[in-house]
Write a protein that binds this ligand. Structure first.
Ligand SMILES: *[C@@H]1O[C@H](CO)[C@@H](O)[C@H](O)[C@H]1NC(C)=O
Ligand SMILES: *[C@@H]1O[C@H](CO)[C@@H](O)[C@H](O)[C@H]1NC(C)=O
Ligand SMILES: *[C@@H]1O[C@H](CO)[C@@H](O)[C@H](O)[C@H]1NC(C)=O
Ligand SMILES: *[C@@H]1O[C@H](CO)[C@@H](O)[C@H](O)[C@H]1NC(C)=O
Length: 261
């Protein structure tokens, strides 16, 4: 199944070979049971949150700009150290979480341009997957980059227009870098910018959420038409499932720290 995802990425990366149809790509992604990020799922929509009081979500933890008064978002970046995931709550053989940056997916729920790294612990072994996604399409794996715990990774998305953009992931320690141009018929609103650790969806349900320790996005910045902004004034979001809160998020002018609690 992994071979299918890999082949799809290789084909996507090649412009010389006829690209598989979008439908074929989606079927391949679905068949391989790959990651899907849904827009922010709010737990209590009557609650009005701000930078000092968190909003609760079943799938996203981190910091999100709902809009920026003086311009739209065209790029988001952040750098984090790859954690070692361990078992979360419940009893399962496999637990995962994903750290990523993106544009849209909160107040704009029709599109998300994003890229990040999944962490999985399964049967005692840890694995990592780098991916890019333009929701509502599924995530696609990057090939040609791999990670170990402790690697320092920079993730960046850039929107060239509302329907085209680029996802870049770099292992800054070695300089190994992958990049993918993406287009979509689902236009971005460019009104949300976010730095997120996610309990993502696979095969139609949330994956058991891994204990990822702490993920700190440093050098966190979003580009607007009027300049660059840090996450200091973004809304904080924590993951809450069945009444239990799993994360504790804090922000400052250039970083977002997401702790598993
Ligand atoms: C943040 O939200 C809380 C709860 O809704 C509210 O009491 C507080 O005044 C808000 N703070 C700011 C700075 O808007
Ligand atoms: C582990 O989690 C998966 C995905 O939620 C679920 O389908 C499976 O039943 C779980 N296994 C156990 C043993 O609970
Ligand atoms: C990324 O950098 C770290 C530190 O040098 C290295 O251990 C790791 O193997 C690198 N990843 C890849 C895929 O080369
Ligand atoms: C929040 O926004 C204000 C006004 O733009 C700015 O002066 C301040 O530095 C920002 N706070 C942080 C922590 O980034």
């Amino acid at each position: 199944m992994y071979a299918i995802a890999l082949l799809t990425s290789v084909l996507l990366a090649s412009t010389a070979v006829a690209a598989p149809s979008r439908l074929a790509q989606r079927v391949a992604a679905r068949r391989s049971g790959t990651h899907l990020t849904r827009p922010l799922q709010v737990v209590d929509s009557s609650f009005t949150s701000n930078s000092s009081h968190p909003q609760y979500s079943s799938n996203w933890a981190g910091a999100v700009y709902d809009s920026y008064p003086s311009g739209s978002f065209t790029a988001v970046t952040g750098t984090f150290t790859v954690p070692t995931p361990s078992a979360g709550s419940g009893s399962n053989d496999s637990y995962s979480a994903s750290a990523w940056v993106g544009i849209d997916g909160d107040t704009c729920s029709t599109a998300i341009l994003q890229t990040g790294v999944d962490f999985t612990t399964s049967g005692g072994s840890v694995s990592y997957d780098a991916w890019y996604e333009w929701y509502p399409d599924y995530a696609y794996d990057f090939s040609g980059i791999s990670f170990s715990a402790g690697d320092v990774v920079t993730v960046t998305v850039t929107a060239a227009s509302t329907t085209s953009g680029t996802a870049v992931i770099e292992n800054t320690t070695t300089g190994q870098r992958v990049s993918q141009d993406i287009t979509s018929s689902s236009a971005l609103c460019e009104e949300n910018a976010e730095w997120i650790v996610e309990d993502y969806e696979e095969n139609g349900g949330l994956v058991p959420f891994a204990n990822f320790g702490t993920v700190t996005f440093s050098g966190a910045a979003a580009t607007t038409s009027s300049g660059s902004v840090g996450p200091g004034n973004a809304t904080i979001i924590d993951i809450q499932q069945s009444g239990t809160t799993y994360t504790d998020v804090s922000v400052d002018s250039s970083s977002v720290t997401v702790k598993y609690v």
